[in-house]
Unconditional design. Structure first.
Length: 364
């Protein structure tokens, strides 16, 4: 299951359309938990890590009974270097978990939309992801895993501070909310900075998904909460929905203005980008992500007959880890293979009417 997922271009959860997915790519929840009276992973002894692993394995029957799919148990140390790199690139595991270390495990649900990481930054890190804007569903699935975990072991919890975590910023609820948004309209209208400043009042901030905080590679950003202490899970989710809803409205208005007030420039830019994607013979990763931003905008604007899963497949295809896997000739530069993969994907969706999963898996 794991080996199949990391080598496919579209993960199972990406096959479903999500709410407001013209703007929102996905909604993610991360819950950090630790065992009582055990050192955090960075300082834990081999015995502590072994006890944590045993408690995690005891959760598997309960996780499978949640009715969302079966979980596969994986040892990070048993993964090949290539598979770990691919898993990190697909954000199935974090760079921290990808580093070899004693007692590092991953329990991955069969749709790759939920996982339990063991002995990462904390003893247990629950991750869930949903297509589109739906932090409540992602949170509900994460809390269901948390309930199974709490039924198997006593967690580190303080009446005044809440759940104790290795990172002080996560102490309290231990809840991290991340919503990924495609914001080419706000970038073009030069309104993103104002939005970024505004959401800090709600305790949220921005980070780049494909780049750092100050750059706009791919025009995809993640809205994240900056506090977990002194606020309930319900309040955090309410604030997230308010913030994301406001950004969606602003982005749609900016896109409307681009279409109506600068229609020639708008169409020229999108079709030029599409032309480069179909014809280029060399492509840097950053350039590819920026062109794919225009491709996604063209799809959601109804200008190109494609689906959003095709965009997701192409984003995977341009990542260096995937390009290295697919390169036929080691002497060819990475840029050449990346351009070839993009041309192949575009040709595939143009030729047939098969489902996106059928189209992209034929390339693997």
């Amino acid at each position: 299951m794991f080996n199949e997922y990391i080598r496919s271009l579209v993960l199972p959860w990406q096959e479903s359309r999500g709410t407001d997915d013209d703007v929102v790519l996905d909604s993610r929840i991360r819950l950090a938990r630790n065992m009582k009276n055990r050192a955090f992973p960075e300082r834990a002894s081999a015995e502590d890590k072994a006890v944590v692993c045993e408690a995690a394995r005891a959760c598997i029957p309960g996780l499978n009974e949640l009715g969302k799919g079966q979980y596969e148990a994986l040892s990070v140390n048993d993964m090949s270097d290539e598979n770990r790199d691919l898993a990190a690139a697909r954000r199935i595991i974090t760079p921290t978990l990808a580093k070899k270390g004693e007692g590092k495990l991953l329990f991955l649900r069969q749709d790759a939309a939920a996982s339990l990481a063991v002995n990462e930054t904390d003893h247990f890190v629950i991750n869930t992801i949903i297509s589109g804007s739906n932090v409540r569903q992602a949170a509900a699935e994460a809390f269901a895993v948390d309930n199974v975990l709490e039924g198997q072991t006593e967690l580190a919890f303080h009446e005044d501070f809440g759940y104790l975590t290795s990172m002080p910023a996560m102490t309290g609820t231990g809840l991290f909310i991340g919503v990924s948004l495609h914001l080419p309209g706000l970038i073009a209208a030069k309104k993103l900075r104002r939005i970024m400043q505004g959401i800090t009042k709600f305790g949220f901030g921005f980070s780049g998904v494909y780049s750092g905080r100050s750059t706009h590679v791919g025009n995809v950003f993640r809205v994240v909460n900056q506090m977990t202490l002194g606020i309930s899970e319900e309040d955090l989710l309410d604030r997230a929905e308010t913030v994301v809803g406001h950004i969606i409205e602003e982005e749609r208005e900016c896109r409307r203005a681009l279409r109506e007030e600068k229609s020639d420039l708008f169409l020229d830019r999108l079709y030029r980008s599409y032309g480069v994607l179909t014809q280029a013979r060399l492509m840097e990763q950053e350039e590819a992500l920026n062109l794919l931003s225009d491709f996604r905008l063209a799809v959601t604007s109804g200008l190109i007959d494609a689906d959003l899963q095709t965009y997701a497949a192409m984003v995977t295809a341009v990542d260096s880890a995937y390009v290295s896997l697919r390169r036929f000739n080691d002497e060819d530069p990475e840029e050449k293979e990346r351009a070839r993969l993009l041309r192949s994907l575009i040709k595939k969706y143009e030729i047939g009417r098969a489902s996106c999963r059928e189209r992209v898996l034929r390339l693997v």
